[in-house]
Structures are given as C-alpha cells and as structure tokens.
Design a binder for this molecule. Structure first.
Ligand SMILES: [Zn+2]
Length: 460
C-alpha cells in the first residue's frame, strides 16, 4: 500500500491530514468517503417498510467509481471554503455562546440571532435541537439550519438562517418526516448504553433492545465485555437527519457467545389465534416463530440509564436480613417499579423489614413481592396488568440505601425469577400466518447476517 502511493495520493493524504488537524470533527466523513472512493468499495443498502408484517427487503449493491485523485483534491480545496459544524442546543444557550461553540466568529450574525423573533422562539434556550452551521474560511456564518420534530404527527420543523445580499434572514417551515430504517450495531465494552452511544443509537432503541431480549439475557447483571449486537430499527428523518426513532424491527444479540435473534411480526387479521391477542398488536418473535412475550417480565425495573449496571454498593442492615431470599436491584429513589405479570394485589402497606411493600398474587401458586418502596400506587384487591407501575423504589424498612427488594415465590417458596421467566410457556405464530412469517424471517435472517458481516468489517 505504502509503495503504491502515487504523488497525487500522497498530496491528497497530506491535505487530508492537514484538514483533520484543523477540523477533526468534520473530516471523518470526508476521509471515509475518500477511502471508499479509492478502493471502489460496494455499499449495501437495506430498506424496510414501516409495517414489519410485509417486510420487503431491497438490497442495493452499487459499485463506486473512483475519481481521479487530482479532481478529488480540487474538490476538497473548494470545499474547505465552506465548513459545516453541528451541535445540539442547550437550555443555557445565548446567541453568542451557541455560535462560539459552533466555531462561528461573526458579530453581525450574533446580532441577528439575538434579535430575530423566530430564532428567539424556537432555538435559543431550547434543549436538544440539532443545529448545523455553514461557515466560510474566516469563520463567518453563511447559513444555519436547525431541525426538530416536536410532536408525534409525522412532521418536523426546519429553521433556516441565511446570509443574503440584504443581510441575514430567517425562515421557519413545517415539513413531512420521511420513514426509513437504520441498521446499526456495536460491541459491549463497558455497558449497553456506552455501546449504543458509540453507534449513535437512540436511548429508546437501546431500551427496546434490552426489553426484547430480557427473557434470555439479564441486562442488569450478565452483560460481558465483547458481547455484540446488530439492530434494524425504524427512523423518521427530516432532510435525511434522524429526528425520531420508532420501533425495533429486528435484532441479534450475542451474549457470552450465544446468539439470540428477534423480529417484529404482526399476524394478518384473521390468522391470529385467540391465545396470541395479536390481531392488532403484533409482537416480537424468535426467527423460529416463538413469541418472546412471556407470562412474566424478567425485571420489575424497566431498563434505563439509571437502572443499567447500577451495582449494589451496600448491604442490608442485619445479617439475618442479608440472608434473605430475594433479588436486590439498586436504583435511585423514585424509579418506577412495575409488576412483572397480571394479577391481584394481595397486600399493599408497611411490614417490618420490608418497609412499604406490595405483594401480588398471579395465580394459585405464584406471588411476587416488591419491598422498600418510597411510594405505593395500588390498593389491596386491585387488578394489575403486566408492566403497570405499582410503586417506586425507596429505602423504607431495613435498607441502608435505595433499592428494590424483589421476590418470586411459588407456593410460598422463593425461586430465581429469571428461571421462572425462562420456563414460562411461549406462544408460537398461528399456523395460518406461518407462510408469511417464514418468508419474513428468512429475509430478517439474511439481513442480520449481512449486518454482522458489515459490522465486523468495520471494527477491523
Ligand atoms: Zn433484598
């Protein structure tokens, strides 16, 4: 490779290095594009319909033509006159510090942003709006664009500030979002969220991933370094920029060397069996067609940044209490506690070491216990449904710090909750929906295989 470098390529790389030194953030994409161009690489693009029930997967393979290097250099030289930078707005943003953070030094532009009503109302002081600026070689503002999707109505807002012959002008538009799907993946180094942040996967997708596989993988305790995943999810974009995340369509998670796969599937009307309740709902299935919906959730705490990998740093007060037969989940006071299965509240109140405690009966043999709560939302005798928030984490009773003490009892005897979840029966796809499911799952399988190949290629 080194020996094969032509003079043009050398100067291109020197130029790229110089660009990278000056503008480290922006240049990654430029370099990536150059590398692709230089090797005549192929792209694979997968598209999914929003409704996974009729998953058409189109794979487009294109060969990329390599441009002569001198042309690439010329193009780059021209482009350096227009630099783009992006950041996310903060609640404390003023016109001046927003521009400063974006590397814009332009008093005229700052004065405009300070006084323009649309900028005042939609951008400054708003949290989490993506802003992109275009600047010239002297860091003066050429244009500014912000896009956001405030409501779940399929639309997004676009605010643009443009430099014109008569000074700056702003424009606010409402435009339709475009549905698309995104394939992403990552390797666990420290936590699931660290890996999804790295892959720029939204939190809502990370949480869905953890919930989908929660019956098989204990995301609170059993993630290992080197575990990896691929995921295809819906995304709603404005001008090609992802502004909202939708549903996970398919995913693979490899935990401790074992691969688990899941796909979203909705049985068409008329084929669903009474037992699946999926006439309108749809759900997640293994690629073999077993529903991932279980009688019990794997965890009484929803997976979140707060609860993930939150290690217990304290021990219950008494040795005897410490020998108790329950599972302790460390979490901050106020974290919602959900009931793991449908049932009836048998007890809701205060009891010795348990503090504020809720006991739920699920059937003749099974009960669950939620202790040390800071808040109780239900009363004795109430019917509760799986996932319902029945209380909140606290430190009442014999607890030295906030945590949830959770017990699963069968005929009064404590059992490991995860074992119970894994043993609970699953419902397969209805026979009538089988042909459609098999077709969809074959496509998902091929896609996940391609994803794994692409992702392992990227990390080499
Ligand atoms: Zn406990």
């Amino acid at each position: 490779m080194i020996h094969g470098l032509t003079q043009a390529a050398e100067s291109l790389l020197t130029f790229a290095a110089e660009l990278a030194r000056r503008h480290p953030r922006r240049v990654t994409a430029v370099l990536a594009a150059l590398m692709l161009g230089g090797t005549g690489a192929t792209f694979a693009v997968a598209n999914l319909a929003p409704d996974a029930a009729d998953l058409p997967v189109h794979t487009v393979v294109e060969s990329v033509q390599t441009l002569p290097l001198q042309e690439q250099i010329d193009a780059l030289q021209t482009r350096t006159l227009r630099l783009y930078r992006s950041d996310v707005t903060r609640s404390t943003d003023t016109a001046d510090n927003l521009l400063k953070r974006l590397g814009v030094f332009d008093p005229q532009a700052a004065a405009f942003l300070r006084t323009d009503m649309q900028v005042q109302q939609t951008l400054l002081g708003r949290v989490g709006r993506n802003v992109t600026v275009e600047v010239d070689a002297h860091q003066a503002l050429v244009g500014l664009t912000a896009r956001w999707s405030p409501d779940d109505d399929g639309m997004f807002k676009r605010l643009s500030v443009l430099k014109t012959a008569d000074g700056f002008q702003s424009k606010l538009e409402t435009l339709p979002l475009a549905a698309s799907s995104r394939l992403a993946g990552g390797v666990i180094a420290s936590s699931l969220f660290a890996a999804t942040d790295e892959a720029r996967i939204p939190d809502s997708i990370a949480i869905q991933l953890a919930e989908i596989f929660s019956g098989d993988i204990d995301f609170h305790r059993a993630l290992r370094r080197g575990d990896h995943f691929s995921v295809v999810y819906e995304t709603l974009e404005g001008d090609g920029e992802p502004l909202r995340a939708g549903r996970v369509l398919s995913a693979e998670f490899v935990n401790a060397g074992k691969a688990y796969q899941a796909m979203w599937f909705q049985e068409p009307a008329g084929t669903a069996t009474a037992a699946t309740h999926s006439l309108t709902k749809g759900g997640y299935y293994t690629l073999a067609g077993e529903s991932l919906h279980r009688a019990y959730l794997a965890s009484p705490l929803e997976f979140s940044r707060v609860t993930s990998g939150f290690a217990m740093r304290f021990h219950p007060i008494l040795q005897t209490w410490r020998a108790h037969t329950g599972v302790d989940y460390g979490a901050t006071t106020g974290t919602p506690v959900r009931v793991v299965g449908d049932g009836v509240v048998e007890f809701a109140g205060v009891q010795n070491g348990y503090g504020n405690v809720i006991m739920v009966r699920h059937n003749n043999s099974d009960t669950t216990v939620y202790a040390h709560l800071s808040r109780i939302n239900v009363q004795r005798g109430a019917h509760v449904t799986q996932g319902q928030h029945i209380g909140a984490v606290g430190a009442t009773g014999w607890a030295t710090g906030p945590h949830l003490h959770f017990e699963f009892r069968i005929n009064g005897v404590f059992r490991d909750p995860l074992t119970i979840v894994r043993q609970s029966e699953t419902v397969p796809v209805a026979a009538a929906a089988r042909p459609l499911f098999n077709k969809a799952s074959a496509e998902v399988r091929a896609q996940l295989t391609a994803a794994a190949t692409m992702l392992s290629g990227n990390t080499q």
